[in-house]
Design a protein around this ligand. Structure first.
Ligand SMILES: C[S@@+](CC[C@H](N)C(=O)[O-])C[C@H]1O[C@@H](n2cnc3c(N)ncnc32)[C@H](O)[C@@H]1O
Length: 347
């Protein structure tokens, strides 16, 4: 077999992604967290057929996810540790759980050809309603979505808190802030700041229960609502973390327009997203996922510049943080013009 053939075989692999999701859904990484177990015992504890599980674990062992120190006995690796409930820097378990919201989106992706033919998400065709309506109809799905987002947000939050000059800010509104992981970190590290968390009711309720009674929570208002409606007034920074990429241009511009309308003259909209410029594999994959599940897209700097200008804003600063996510600072047009667009790399 030549190298190209072997490479293509590995690229066309159907089973590794699903095997990985299957063991994450069954909680196998947590069961192996304290050491090795036999496939029979793992199957007993997860309620599956030993032979079938053993074959799945052997494939994943070949891929470096587990070890097989003795025939039929499996152990953890650094990769399976990332799938454990407390995996660091981010637990990937909620992102691979086939019973959760993200896994439900992944399962719709077999219809990729339809997305190519229509340019539209396939989620609605598979589940009968668009993704946000579908999640809203099932509290367990909503909670699993919020848990996955919070796991990612925990890895980004320190970079957002450190990557922007918050010294002159007074009040930050985190629009579509989920359960508030990023906002809580920003408020914790900047004790003069007040905050408002805005999202769908279940996320806001969960946020208030989780950290409403902390020092940060007591400086925060918890507001359920839609960022397509008028936003609460009073914030001089409006934060959008991984929100814009969920939406096609028309909807993304509408969210930004609501932000512009709620902003005081000296205020800022701070968009925290990965930029598609020179993007490596994971972001390109996410770009397709955005198309197939949400109808959104990943954008480069020029895309963002054009998008914010449609919404009546100017892109005036870009900071790439140590977490790889970029902070795009936008403001209302100033007369005379005071903004400078540039790349400032955080040390
Ligand atoms: C990709 S998640 C990002 C969450 C959070 N900013 C983070 O970084 O973890 C997008 C968020 O937008 C929220 N969302 C979706 N539609 C919304 C709407 N119409 N109004 C307010 N929030 C909405 C979702 O509930 C979700 O929390």
């Amino acid at each position: 077999m030549n190298d190209d053939f072997a490479r293509l075989l590995s690229l066309k692999d159907t089973m590794t992604p699903w095997a990985l999701r299957a063991v994450a859904t069954l909680g196998v990484p947590d069961l192996l967290a304290d050491g090795e177990l036999g496939a029979g015992e793992l199957a007993r504890r997860t309620g599956v057929v030993p032979d079938a599980l053993c074959r799945v674990l052997r494939l994943l062992t070949a891929r470096g996810v587990f070890t097989e120190p003795k025939p039929g006995v499996f152990g953890p690796t650094a990769l399976s540790r990332l799938l454990e409930s407390g995996g660091r820097p981010i637990s990937m378990g909620p992102w691979l759980d086939l019973d959760g919201a993200v896994g439900r989106g992944d399962r719709a992706c077999v219809h990729i050809l339809e997305a190519l033919r229509t340019g539209r998400p396939v989620y609605e065709r598979v589940y009968g309603r668009p993704v946000w309506e579908d999640l809203a109809a099932d509290p367990a799905l909503t909670a699993s979505f919020d848990t996955a987002m919070a796991a990612r947000a925990a890895a980004l939050a320190p970079a957002v808190a450190a990557g922007y000059d918050w010294s002159t800010a007074r009040h930050v509104l985190d629009a579509g802030g989920g359960t508030g992981t990023v906002l809580a970190e920003v408020l914790r590290t900047h004790p003069r700041l007040r905050g408002t968390l805005l999202d769908r009711a279940p996320a806001v309720t969960a946020a208030r229960a989780a950290w409403g009674d902390t020092a940060e929570g007591r400086r925060c208002a918890f507001t359920s609502g839609s960022f397509f409606d008028a936003l609460p007034m009073g914030a001089d920074v409006i934060l959008l973390v991984n929100v814009i990429h969920d939406w096609p241009d028309e909807h993304a511009a509408a969210v930004l327009r609501r932000c512009a309308e709620a902003l005081p003259p000296d205020g800022r909209v701070l968009i925290a997203e990965h930029l598609r410029d020179g993007a490596a594999g994971p972001l390109l994959e996410l770009d397709l996922l955005m198309l197939l599940v949400y109808g959104g897209r990943e954008r480069d700097l020029d895309d963002f510049r054009a998008l914010v200008s449609v919404a009546g804003l100017e892109l005036t600063g870009v900071t790439e943080t140590r977490a790889g996510i970029s902070l795009l600072s936008c403001q209302l047009p100033q007369l005379p013009f005071q903004g400078i667009v540039g790349n400032h790399h955080q040390s």
